[in-house]
Design a binder for this molecule. Structure first.
Ligand code: FAD
Length: 486
């Protein structure tokens, strides 16, 4: 039986991001992916939002995605665009880029890292014991790992086999999504009616068209056909525009569910395996990537023996509320997509409110992920929030905060008198960097904050301790997050 530190079931965006995080932290990681390679049939997600661009920037790979997509003000609530160009971030926008491109770029990145990928086979079950997990595969060759992470999508076998409940709301409506060719010119824009939202969008190749159409009745869970798509289009537009030659037809619904626990012993969940929702607002992929960035370093520290297993509980405690919040928002947005005259009136009222400054910032903070505030207790507003990407001056010259995080290692950033900190007992794990910063301190949504003398930054970019020369609570914070002193 082949041994690995961690086995990840599923090599979609969440699985690949987690694999990268674990590999950077020097964990022996393997991904088992059902597909034959990383190629994704169909376009699926249309991009991601600001905080996801930031977490990729924290690893030094954001430019690869920015180079292949289009930045735009695309954070939405209902039909209102939430302009976030005034947010204090280097990336005050969303990135439009199809998921098949995102996965191609991610696959190329993890190919540069020591990640083992077993393509073309499925995880079919597992048995866990006190020391590890035996992972069964469809090719009959089992794997052994200290931990198994299910990044195997909304129908997650790992979640089901772990006996983790998936409570939530059954679907009430379904959409067909497809990439096809047409004989007639598609109509411009997005159409809303009493059934929901519909749109046809010509792809960059100029030949194919991406179709999203709400079905008149909730569709079955079986695979949809070209005939189903034709019927759905005729019901809305009175014509099917001569659809033919489909390269992809799929169905998604507004089913909204969240795993009751993100961990069962040595088995964890991330991405769609932990939460599913209607794609309104386009947050699914971002949630999964950020789950992975939250989990990766914690799991690495536990596997590498520097932190106790209890650190893993903070993964559920931090990420479950974030997804629960996003799920409620997608349900609200889904309701706003159904249009009769009364709903039109409600949409108008909501749009007016969402365009006002305070609600705009609040909603944009949620959609972009820039408002995330993990509960680390009372203290400076930076505590539990993302560290801004400041332009610092270090001993070796200028540096950005995010550059210090490229290797996914924690940083104690001393902005006070050089040499004022001694963390020798954690020197094998935490980088101590003396630095200078003279500019403003501002957080998106929250606004200006007082300049701290020092900050302890976790590998996922969230601030774990804020302090001054008195260093009150620093050893405790270092122990909580990065394990006991050497
Ligand atoms: C129409 C549509 C539009 C969307 N638009 C957006 C958007 O604009 N923005 C956004 O953020 N999100 C969007 N989403 C959601 C987004 O696509 C998902 O949230 C995202 O793909 C989840 O990533 P994941 O890695 O968790 O799961 P998945 O992408 O589902 O990946 C799971 C992987 O696991 C593999 N797998 C499954 N079972 C097994 C097994 N037993 N063994 C081994 N491998 C297995 C699968 O082959 C797959 O590669 C959209 C979704 C849809 C359907």
């Amino acid at each position: 039986m082949t041994d690995h530190g961690v086995v990840i079931a599923g090599g979609g965006p969440a699985g690949m991001m987690l694999a990268a995080e674990l590999a950077l932290a020097k964990v022996d990681v393997a991904v088992v992916e059902r597909r034959r390679d990383h190629v994704l049939v169909g376009s699926r997600a249309g991009g991601f939002h600001s905080r996801t661009i930031e977490v990729l920037d924290q690893r030094g790979v954001a430019d690869r995605f920015l180079a292949e997509g289009q930045v735009a003000q695309a954070a939405m609530f209902g039909t209102t665009v939430l302009d976030m160009s005034d947010f204090a971030t280097r990336h005050p926008y969303s990135l439009g880029i199809w998921q098949n491109r995102i996965e191609r770029i991610m696959a190329a990145w993890i190919a540069e890292l020591p990640v083992r990928i077993y393509y073309g086979c499925e995880v079919t079950g597992f048995v866990q014991d006190d020391a590890g997990v035996d992972v069964e595969r469809s090719n009959g060759e089992p794997l052994r790992a200290k931990y198994l992470v299910g990044c195997d999508g909304g129908r997650s076998l790992v979640r089901k086999a772990a006996g983790i409940e998936f409570p939530g709301w059954d679907p009430t409506r379904s959409n067909l999504i497809a990439v096809v060719e047409l004989t007639e010119e598609p109509p411009p824009g997005i159409r809303h009616d009493a059934s929901g939202v519909h749109a046809l969008h010509r792809m960059e190749d100029g030949r194919t068209v991406r179709v999203v159409v709400t079905e008149q009745q909730l569709g079955p869970s079986s695979e949809p056909t070209l005939r189903d798509l034709s019927d759905a289009l005729i019901a809305v537009y009175g014509t099917d525009f001569g659809i033919h030659n489909p390269t992809w037809i799929s169905r998604f619904t507004d089913m909204t569910r969240q795993a009751a626990a993100y961990r069962a012993g040595r088995v964890l969940l991330a991405g769609d395996s932990a939460h599913v929702h209607y794609p309104a607002g386009g947050q699914g992929l971002s949630l999964g990537v950020q789950d992975a960035v939250n989990l990766g370093w914690k799991l690495a520290q536990v596997v590498n023996g520097t932190s106790p297993e209890s650190l893993l509980n903070t993964y559920h405690d931090e990420r479950h509320p974030v997804a629960a919040h996003a799920l409620r928002h997608t349900m609200a947005q889904t309701a706003l997509q159904r249009r009769d005259e009364r709903m039109e009136a409600l949409v108008d009222v909501v749009s007016e409110l969402a365009s006002m400054d305070e609600p705009r910032k609040r909603l944009a903070g949620i959609v972009s992920g820039l408002d995330i505030h993990y509960d680390f207790g009372e203290g400076h507003p930076l505590l539990g929030r993302r560290m801004p990407d400041l332009d610092l001056v270090n001993a070796n010259g200028p540096a950005r905060v995010f550059e210090l995080l490229h290797q996914a290692r924690p940083v104690l950033l001393n902005l006070g008198e050089p040499g004022g900190f001694d963390i020798a007992a954690w020197a094998d794990r935490v980088q101590l960097i003396d630095s200078q910063y003279a500019g403003p301190w501002e957080l998106p949504v929250f606004g200006a904050v007082n300049a701290p003398t020092a900050v302890l930054i976790r590998p996922d970019g969230y601030v774990a301790w804020v302090g001054d020369r008195a260093q009150l609570g620093l050893p405790e914070a270092l122990t909580t997050w990065f394990g006991p002193p050497m």
